[in-house]
Design a protein around this ligand. Sequence first.
Ligand code: ZN
Length: 241
Amino acid sequence: MRYAILSDVHGNVESLVQALSRTRSDDVIVCLGDVVGYGPNPNEVVAILRDRARHAVLGNHDLAALEGFGVEHFNEAARAAIQWTQEVLDQPARAWLNLLPYELRFPEFLLVHGAPVAYFEYILDKQDAAAAFDRTDAPIIFVGHTHIAQYWTRDADGAIGHKHMQGGGSLEMHTDRRYIVDVGSVGQPRDLNPQASFVLYEPSLRRIEWLRYDYSIEEVQRKMRAAGLPRYLVDRLSRGR
Ligand code: ZN
């Protein structure tokens, strides 16, 4: 069995379709939240993931779109995008988002949007990673939220390691280490590579691969302009930050 784990699609249907075209029909599709917000096609993205994703958890932008949760912490552009998303989000999309859990636990791994227990915290440095490892006993923790493709390790004596996966690449996991796997973002990468990111996970090989791939950024930007979404959000897609 192989998993394709995607996060932070943010209403970017062009990139989602490209990501799924790189999966096999028997891959288990997993979504780590922030399905909507920022991008111009929230309903289309929800419709595809409702159909294709076997497992999905809730992101902070999903919750903000549903009930305004946390928008006071958003910057002006993010808030404007959420307001637009709230206006266009249809009833079937709301109903699906409303039922997403904050976490899903499997024997070998945990799925959360940002971090274990504190679901919308960011894991950005070794201290954050150590705290996250302490809050769960899951051997592998899959996260998104930062829009940065990277991973963290903790070995038997507690030492924390870290690596960015800005150009993609793979990881062979050791049984005596734990891992936090940040899958990066399908819809709005922020690690200075505008190529989108998701991971393939093969449990039998203990192997993770980060795929970085192209999609039509110009088409998404054209739609965002037509929808009147903030210029800052349009521009950052081509810069990847
Ligand atoms: Zn996000």
